[in-house]
Design a protein around this ligand. Sequence first.
Ligand code: PRP
Ligand code: URA
Length: 210
Amino acid sequence: MTEKVHILNHPLIQHKLSIMRDKNTGTKEFRELLDEISMLMVYEVTRDLPTEEVEVETPLALMKTRMLTGMPIGVVPILRAGLGMVDGIMQLIPNAKVGHIGLYRDPDSLQPVEYYCKLPADSEQRLLVVLDPMLATGGSASAAITFIKQRGSTNIKLVNLIAAPEGIERIQRDHPDVDIYVAAMDERLNEHGYILPGLGDAGDRLYGTK
Ligand code: PRP
Ligand code: URA
């Protein structure tokens, strides 16, 4: 593990994630909690955004203060489950553009299969924040980052709710330049490639498809 891996175990995040993990938590609450945690994670993901000095006149005095330089940002959810993180992020970065990458993991080979990719036209000039709640083998996120790089982007961050050590290793091997932000690092994968203890199938729990 390097300084490229950021574990955001703030008490509010831990609390909300514990409710999400509970198998008795229903779809509506699961979706709301993912939204809230994503919003909380933005705080750290954007910590190194550039700012510039500006002058502001308060009711009492003129002052020098700092504002964002307006670095363009794109958020790129990996379909389907990554979609559940978009709204929370966009509440704090409302001007971000949204790209989509459609990937599913073949249940037998565990290899990612691409079915859709549409990124902002100027994505190579943006900080691209790739979203997916689960980083299991890391195959899906690694493939998504490769697609993005093939389209010219060099400034990429990956945001996951739960990661397995295997997934972190994979991203660090394939994309050592990418910062990874996770709310929790779990123990391992089971024989079907699911994260233990994890929260089950994120897409199914978000959309009620199982
Ligand atoms: C899940 C999850 C990740 C991927 C993680 O998606 O949302 O995209 O698996 O596994 P990996 O790290 O081993 O690649 P899934 O393929 O179930 O698709 P879905 O989001 O459409 O349900
Ligand atoms: N995808 C999920 O949704 N959950 C896991 O634990 C692994 C992959």
